[in-house]
Design a protein around this ligand. Sequence first.
Ligand code: SF4
Length: 358
Amino acid sequence: MGKVDVGGGAPVSVQSMTTTQTTDINGTLQQIAALTAAGCDIVRVAVPTTDDAVALKAIATKSQIPVIADIHFQPKYVFAAIDAGCAAVRVNPGNIRKFDDQVKEIANAARDAGVSIRIGVNAGSLDPRLLAKYGKATPEALVESAVWEASLFEEHGFHDFKISVKHNDPVIMVRAYELLSERGDWPLHLGVTEAGPAFQGTIKSATAFGALLSKGIGDTIRVSLSAPPVEEVKVGIQILQSLNLRPRKLEIVSCPSCGRAQVDVYSLAERVTAGLEGLDVPLRVAVMGCVVNGPGEAREADLGVASGNGKGQIFVKGEIVKTVPEAMIVETLIEEALRIAATMEKTSEGGGATVTVG
Ligand code: SF4
């Protein structure tokens, strides 16, 4: 199981959560392997029962990426997860019984094992005392819950933790993280909780993460989608690439098409995208419908086509290298892209780091 630093200047990492039964060790490990292949940095698994806690050891041992045990209600599973070798444990101050009384023991056990903690406050399970005080899960209520729990850990000299204050409304969520970032410099795990099906959840997450990350708030992200977890990872990576927080890989610059288009831009862009799927190099490919913006965009890209009059002018690094009939555009772009990709070195993500593991 690898190590991933969170906070302290480390690159923003992408997390997801398994959807398998944790007791299904093979199924869970298979899903973790798929997430790892998709670029997931850290994975969380649910631990609702004793049998799940028992399964953690095998999962944590065989996973290639750090495993976080997600614990609600039962502090005893926190100790089980630490013993099992999980990289981190997520606790929810709103619903973990007698949690506050056991912070000292948890802090000591985690410190001894080198395990980090996430204090994961969630609007749907806010501490009843704060719900009574604020009437609902306001940004202030979420932050008060998180800061209170953080202070308990800090009283016991434990600092290897990160915090999340999730809400399903991106506006409330953004405000909560802004307030939290003013209260301390803890590493922050960003998430819009229960963000919805893929389309809506992607928009909500991208909007909220963009607002926060562009201000330097946030150290690790989890996109929550009612969709397979690999999709969460793809969206998370794309958000980081769009914010230039990760090197951009394949990027298709295609125009929306309009009444001037002299070619079917949608189909062209789709076919080029499909043909280049899996290409793991930073390549910008422009697919443009006519000569208005076409040559300009195509020149700016690594590779591009400006279409018109049944032909496509193919640009490589700003120069027209050939003109091909419309029927040959896709094939030519793919061929040129693969040729350019072969000459490019794969980019590697660097980055130092300091703080939390998992
Ligand atoms: S590039 Fe041409 S076809 Fe595409 S949107 Fe612009 S003007 Fe319309």
